[in-house]
Write a protein that binds this ligand. Sequence first.
Ligand SMILES: [Zn+2]
Length: 467
Amino acid sequence: MRKRIFLIFLVALFLTPLKPARAQNPAGPIYIVQSGDSLYSIAARFSLTIDELLAANEGIDPNALAIGQQLIIPGLEGITGILDTQFINFGDSFRGLMRQTQVSESLFRKLNHLVSPSEFYVGANMIVPIQDQAQYNKRISPVTGESMLELAVKNSTNVWALRHINQLDGSWASLPGDTLYAEGEAENTNISGLPPAFINAEIRDLPIKQGGTGIITVNTLPDVTLGGLLVDHPLRFFPQEDGSQVALQGIHALLEPGVYPLRLDATLADGTMQSYEQLILIISGNYPDDPLLYVDPATIDSASTEPEQLELEALTAPASPTKLWSGTFISPAIAYAESTYFTSRYGNRRTYIGQGTDLSLDGFHSGLDFGGGDGLPITAPASGVVIFAGPWTVRGNATIIDHGWGVYSGFWHQSAFQVQVGQTVNQGDVIGLVGGTGRVTGAHLHWELWVNGIQVDPLDWLNQPYP
Ligand SMILES: [Zn+2]
């Protein structure tokens, strides 16, 4: 027994010096520290412990990580060079990125912990190794019926190079709408992977949170009508002065965080349609739970809540073609409250209990509540037209202003109305008085904002202009 152990030891001793030396590149590829990174986030990103990361980077001060600093990432055998971070935009595709960077799919998946290409979505940051190989930055997009040979001739290359770069094994036919890459520099025109009717498409402020407002701006060829879908809501596009078209879409506060489809449909003058669909990331709004709320049972009885809910949804469903607001919205409580004084924010998870009953209703807080007592003035947060002013069971004395483009403001629980249906109001005009009518525990102003059929966080609209 002892002899055998000795023998194995001896063999091991002889074999050890024969292993290739790893002195030239002992530890692994380089990651360049980005804004917002911490040692913890970098370690987590590469499935390392902080100790493993520190051990590979002797001499760095863990308390003074600087943007642009280079860190060696251990445990990635066979990978060299710089690990770059690439933000995934609308129009980028999984296969396209593989083709452009010439990184193998297995390596890319390993670096980004991807189980399937469906985890490649707009709004994500992906790690791409920048290796010695050439990058192929010239995007080309075959049109229907175009052969590989025609495509190669048009782009001053040959069929074999195109097949090799784009990993098209055994397929001689190009795929309409696909994005291929060729040698050469990126061209300024149509650098996206979108179909030819689109010049470009941009989604702002990614990733979008629950209760957020998506802003989708698209430039197309002339005479193109746009439509589309975000999650399951049909998009409505409106022309802007710079020639682009824009759609605003609210994301429901209770939508499960995850990836959802965004589809764009371009209808050309001859009636043909070109579509493009991609997954985009929707993140949690991190909304807290409110304490249980005890209310008059009648205000949570579906016999009284449902007709009112349906009436509100019907009132806020259309989209008037003219945008009546400009710039950033202002607080409707600006006349009496600090612009940061809210007694309850949007999105809070709520359970209403009917006093003296076992009736209950789960939901979320659909607007922003401002403190303040009976009779204080409520002002229009932006210009618009009054489309409703009347008493409701749950919402009390309610006024709704249409701002155009499917954007509506609702003001609930008022003690008095100061406007009539059909009246045009300007930003800052008094529209009503604070009260305690409807399903309330005290007098306050509840303001909510609807964007293409969905209640969104009004605070976003007080902090930045839309679109
Ligand atoms: Zn409220």
